[in-house]
Design a binder for this molecule. Sequence first.
Ligand SMILES: Nc1ncnc2c1ncn2[C@@H]1O[C@H](COP(=O)(O)OP(=O)(O)OP(=O)(O)O)[C@@H](O)[C@H]1O
Length: 393
Amino acid sequence: MNHGVPHDGVPHRTAPGGGGPRSHSGGSGTVPSGAAPGGAAPEDGAAPGGPPRDAAPGRTPLLSVRDLRVTLRERGGTAVPAVRGLSFDVHPGEVVALVGESGAGKSLTARAVLGLAPHGAQVAGSVLLDGQELVGARPSVLRSVRGRRMSLVPQDALTVLSPVHTVGAQLVRAVRSVRGTGRARAWEEAVAALDRVGIPDAARRAHAYPHEFSGGMRQRAVIAMATVNRPDVVFADEPTTALDPVMQARVLELLCGLSGQTGTSVVLVTHDLGVVGGHADRVVVVYAGRHVESGPVDRVLTDPRAPYTAGLLAALPPREARDRRLPAIAGSPPSPTSLPQGCAFAPRCPLAATRCRAHEPSPVVAGEPGRLVSCHRWQDLPDPARSLFADVP
Ligand SMILES: Nc1ncnc2c1ncn2[C@@H]1O[C@H](COP(=O)(O)OP(=O)(O)OP(=O)(O)O)[C@@H](O)[C@H]1O
């Protein structure tokens, strides 16, 4: 399956702010809207009764996902509510990390936004790209958006590259299929894309086949495929899982640096809260298909407001003591087909109270602008919050 569909055709945007270091103020609004089923929140977030926004007022998001619901069907017809009312915004040039354990619904969210949900999946809610509604849009519209404005570096990224064509030829095809550019111009674009992702001697390497690239270089080539047409938004689904730590860091720097180079926004999908610090502007933590917490990365990492985020942080290995036993969150996430009543995290949460087991929490502003939390007990967290999990075996 080739989902790392490259793009373009769109006029290239200029890089906002000249690509300096990530700004942690006034980033995107990551707006969960489990509280407001049924539709898009207003752009300015000011309408009474709508879900709270955590964006700086007045900023218009490039991509606005509202109350996204993805329901799959198991064989036998059982409904699998894998994404349950997730909302977030992505602003131009911004890096937003979508973080959660395996099965949280991150990949499905990315695929649904791109119109690539699995066959038979029901997608509801709203996905606005520059004001254009993509949920329910015709396949031709979705293909054109994927070709020009949004792209995906899929989890199985290396399958994107065909073994029987040179890397350059594949990039040329990607450029021509979207922009209709002449061959010579497309080749220049291909080499430029390889150069941008740090492939040394790109003009020569473009003639190589994927098997002649190292693993790290292949990963870069896949990113080049996803960015050769300079889309507005790139979704990168676990882009570093198969790489060693040094290469992981390089690929993340590369992806997130793209926002500075080309103005591309990046949605980084990862299970590893540890990789988002220093790379993303904002983070959206997801559990069982729902919003848990969102806000500027530095604030969420240092001062989490949800017990689940605190548990993820407690489980991160500290650099200085990698062999130390780490506190883990007891138990495992629920299956979407057997969700508990109330907060889906309650069975694993040391702070869970009666109301947590009865009512699923909705997002509320968590004490400071730009932060939202979906937890009944966020104000009861100990300090530091991660100490909640210190004694868990
Ligand atoms: N095609 C499918 N049919 C049935 N269930 C599915 C399908 N794809 C995903 N699921 C289920 O939907 C839930 C969310 O899956 P998803 O792949 O989005 O999770 P994730 O957060 O990306 O995790 P991972 O990092 O492991 O991929 C999981 O419980 C998964 O088993």
